[in-house]
Design a protein around this ligand. Structure first.
Ligand code: SAM
Length: 255
């Protein structure tokens, strides 16, 4: 019986085989990779991945789809985790591992932030996302797309917008343009040097009102001499400040 796509789970199934082949070409999965796919759905991408790897872990919330995967022809090569990815403990996977998925767009940011917590264990991540979200992830300072998501992720990952995927490549087609991004965690010593909580607070407050000067958004948060030492004038706005400058401010506040 044909699976009825469920809106609440953001189900848009890839049907265009050239998109899948291009993604595999970018990823270059190897037989012995520890690879986890988020949201395998009907298995369009899963099928291509299984041609390359010996074994695949998949995380799927939809009971019907998880059951199909557990009992289907590929069952011996799959470990199916039937769970909400936001509750999944990535710590249980043998590290280091790779992550891939055509993500449910309604929860893509929470998924990205959950994976940030385990970046130490990750080799790379390839995701299909709403193009608009990828534009924000990779945006440069002084552009309208640059914001909290850009700074938080650029501090921890090297990212490449690989290619765009139009709505007609899916069934049912989403209303928005999609794209594929590669995310590779920066070297461990660079990530470890970022005081996570302080960094997150410094960035969030700066962008809480992006049109306002940092003098206002950072009042009682960042001392002026520390901002200045990172080359930041408090008359600037958050969108003018590079990720590395936010990191420097956080490091000064932590020491
Ligand atoms: N990978 C498939 C493809 O490309 O055709 C399906 C992609 S579809 C955009 C998103 C998939 O994620 C669906 O299979 C959906 O059931 C699953 N999903 C949605 N929310 C989820 C969650 N919270 N945890 C795990 N899987 C979820």
């Amino acid at each position: 019986m044909k699976h009825q796509a469920k809106k609440r789970f953001g189900q848009h199934f890839l049907t265009d085989q050239s998109v899948l082949s291009n993604l595999i070409g970018e990823m270059r999965p190897r037989a012995d990779d520890t690879l986890v796919e988020i949201g395998p759905g009907l298995g369009a991408l899963t099928f291509w991945l299984l041609k390359a790897v010996n074994h695949l872990q998949v995380i799927e919330i939809d009971r019907d789809l998880a059951e199909k995967l557990r009992t289907g022809g590929w069952k011996d090569k799959l470990t199916v985790h039937e769970v909400d990815v936001l509750k999944f403990d990535f710590g249980q996977l043998p590290a280091p591992f790779r992550v891939v998925g055509n993500l449910p767009y309604n929860i893509s940011s929470p998924i990205l932030f959950a994976l940030l917590e385990v970046a130490d264990r990750v080799i790379d991540q390839h995701f299909m996302l709403q193009k608009e979200v990828i534009d924000r992830m990779v945006a440069a300072p002084k552009t309208s797309d640059y914001g909290r998501l850009s700074v938080m992720l650029q501090a921890y990952y090297d990212m490449d917008h690989l290619f765009d995927v139009p709505p007609e490549c899916f069934d049912p087609p989403p209303r928005v343009m999609s794209a594929i991004v590669r995310m590779v965690p920066k070297p461990a010593h660079e990530r470890a040097a970022i005081p996570g909580e302080i960094f997150s607070r410094v960035v969030s407050t700066a962008f809480s009102q992006r049109r306002k000067m940092l003098r206002n958004t950072w009042a009682n948060v960042v001392p002026e001499h520390m901002a200045n030492a990172a080359g930041i004038a408090l008359t600037a706005r958050a969108e003018e400040i590079a990720p590395q400058q936010f990191v420097q401010v956080a490091q000064m506040m932590a020491s």
